[in-house]
Design a binder for this molecule. Structure first.
Ligand code: RRO
Length: 304
């Protein structure tokens, strides 16, 4: 198998087409869980030679800059992590000027994650980012648990369909939509997204969670509530991935506690086209490559 950076990797060929984008294996990162710009500073060009993912998903951007939530922003749970980061980012203009040129140098396709609080704002982001060279696809984040935005679009099938109908004509690039697990059933929302013209659905975002500090007599995280990720949520993600993949015709990107090739093989067996690694990358920045290697071995074993 020839990687996009020219290095030759041993093992079975896991390359695949995802929404018209050629990927060398099905393991990508979850948005906001791997800072490729900081990693390039830390590891230099070694990062480009050994990039752990087959595509890179950016941290979510918003139309205007945001500082994010006050600290503390992280709390470790048994087999999991609660975050309350609150979407700090440079805003659209800052992203286009400072981050996009650096992300476009990565040796893999780039998926830019965007979030807004109205259809007009989403449209502004999709028009500005979706027609830029170096951007291969967009992921619409309608599921962040850590910002106050009133109605979360991704909780309503009708709102989700209507958002996709508005955005679909604005770019030729594939539109992924990241779904929330914090509803009774994600299937109608996924179907609304497909109906509206989404090219793929990503799930799950984090599960709404709180850590309480009895000494303080208040919630631990500066933002109050947070989102739980890591192995603790994997069985929940599996249930939702399985039901959504059975109900829609568009590809599913599965994430939620994947930390081994076996976990990835289970999600793919349940109907996912791609898997995304998130929390595990905080422990091991090379986790994506390791999981892709383990997945190759696992799939070879299953197919006998
Ligand atoms: O920045 C965050 O706090 C955040 C986001 Br945008 C998201 O989509 N999911 C999450 O767990 N945290």
């Amino acid at each position: 198998m020839e990687a996009t950076n020219g290095t030759v990797q041993a093992g079975p060929d896991l390359s695949l087409d995802f929404c018209g984008i050629e990927l060398r294996h099905p393991v990508i990162n979850g948005s906001g869980t791997f800072d490729a710009i900081a990693a390039r500073r830390a590891f230099g060009d070694q990062l480009l030679d050994e990039f752990p993912f087959s595509a890179f998903v950016s941290k979510t951007i918003t139309p205007e800059p945001r500082d994010g939530n006050p600290p503390p922003r992280l709390w470790e749970t048994p087999s999991g992590l609660i975050n309350s980061i609150g979407l700090p980012n440079k805003g659209l203009d800052g992203f286009l000027a400072a981050d996009l040129p650096q992300l476009a140098e990565l040796p893999v396709p780039l998926i830019v994650s965007v979030m807004a609080t109205s259809q007009d704002e989403f449209a502004r982001l999709v028009e500005a980012v979706g027609n830029r060279e170096g951007v291969d696809a967009l992921e619409l984040n309608v599921s962040c648990p850590n910002v106050e935005s009133g109605l979360i679009v991704g909780e309503s099938p009708d709102e989700t369909r209507s958002l996709l109908r508005r955005l679909r004509p604005l770019t030729q690039k594939p539109l992924l939509i990241k779904l929330t697990p914090n509803i009774a059933d994600p299937v109608p929302v996924a179907q609304g997204a497909e109906d509206g013209g989404a090219d793929a659905v990503s799930l799950i975002n984090t599960l709404r969670a709180v850590a309480f500090d009895p000494d303080k007599g208040d919630r631990w995280l500066g933002g109050g509530t947070g989102g739980l990720s890591g192995p603790a949520v994997r069985a929940v993600a599996m249930a939702q991935v399985h039901s959504v993949a059975s109900a829609v015709g568009i590809p599913v990107v599965a994430m939620g506690g994947i930390s081994t090739g076996r976990d990835a093989a289970e999600m793919i067996g349940a109907g996912a086209r791609l898997v995304a690694v998130g929390t595990e990358s905080f422990r091991d920045p090379a986790a994506g490559s390791r999981i892709a290697g383990e997945l190759a071995a696992e799939l070879a074993r299953i197919s006998g």
